[in-house]
Design a protein around this ligand. Structure first.
Ligand code: GTX
Length: 240
């Protein structure tokens, strides 16, 4: 059996892996694990990832979880163009720097923005307080400013003149608040121009395809109460 990817494109790290594999013509079998149906909690999926989270990858008998590890595995195994994860020591270190930073900062605030603005009210039927929503959006704003000032600076892409894994991870993160209807790019022309460059480098059709689910997140139908009850501990741990 060749490469198998277990994904739900509602999830940011899954979108990054999906775009990367498709863009680089890496052949894979897609197993969709619908988070909103609780499929990640099934016994069958627990045999792939005992942590019950997407993304997950199988390459023959080898199983790997954690999106950054999966992206690096694919970049190293397949002959992808150098710009994705450059051989140059210092440019590569810039990519690593972003990948290390994002997990507990931008990624977290984008995830919280999605849950606090859309998922709790629409998907779980419980709006959050205006104070909590305001704090979440303020935190997102701080991290967007760091992305712009400290990482993008005056470059075309986060690690230099060409697109890398850092841009892919960042843009897929930002599609969470965009899908939730937050103003991410409207008052940030520099980030908006960067988004257009990333979209052009990825290809507009692939970008649209990968983001279709998140852009429709607002229309999510309420989840079955049994699934909701099973998912709540995971959800609360994810967004705390
Ligand atoms: N550090 C891991 C990685 O980068 O791969 C994190 C994986 C992770 O948290 N996956 C989430 C999951 O499977 C999906 S990403 C967030 C999706 C938000 C929308 C959900 C409707 N979570 C399931 C769980 O924790 O129960």
């Amino acid at each position: 059996m060749g490469l198998e990817l277990y994904l739900d494109l509602l999830s940011q790290p899954c979108r990054a892996i999906y775009i990367f594999a498709k863009k680089n013509c890496i052949p894979f079998q897609l197993h969709t694990v619908e988070l909103r149906q609780g499929q990640h909690l099934s016994d069958a999926f627990a045999r792939v990832n005992p942590l019950k989270k997407v993304p997950a990858m199988k390459d023959g008998d080898f199983t790997l979880v954690e999106s950054v590890a999966i992206l690096l595995y694919l970049a190293r195994k397949y002959k992808v163009p150098d710009h994705w994860y450059p051989q140059d020591l210092q440019v590569r270190a810039r990519v690593d720097e972003y990948l290390a930073w994002q997990h507990t900062t931008l990624r977290r605030s984008c995830l919280r923005a999605l849950w606090h603005k859309v998922m709790f009210p629409v998907f779980l039927g419980e709006p959050v307080s205006p104070e909590l929503l305001a704090a979440t959006l303020a935190d997102l704003d701080v991290n967007l400013q760091v992305l712009e000032d400290n990482f993008l600076q005056n470059k075309a892409f986060l690690a230099g003149p060409q697109i890398s894994l850092a841009d892919l991870v960042a843009i897929t993160e930002l599609m969470h608040p965009v899908g939730a209807g937050c103003q991410v790019f409207e008052s940030r022309p520099k980030l908006a121009a960067w988004r257009r460059r990333v979209e052009a480098a990825v290809g507009e059709d692939l970008f649209r395809e990968a983001n279709e689910v998140i852009l429709k997140a607002k229309d999510s139908t309420p989840v079955d109460p049994t699934i909701k009850q099973k998912m709540m501990p995971g959800v609360l741990a994810m967004i705390r």
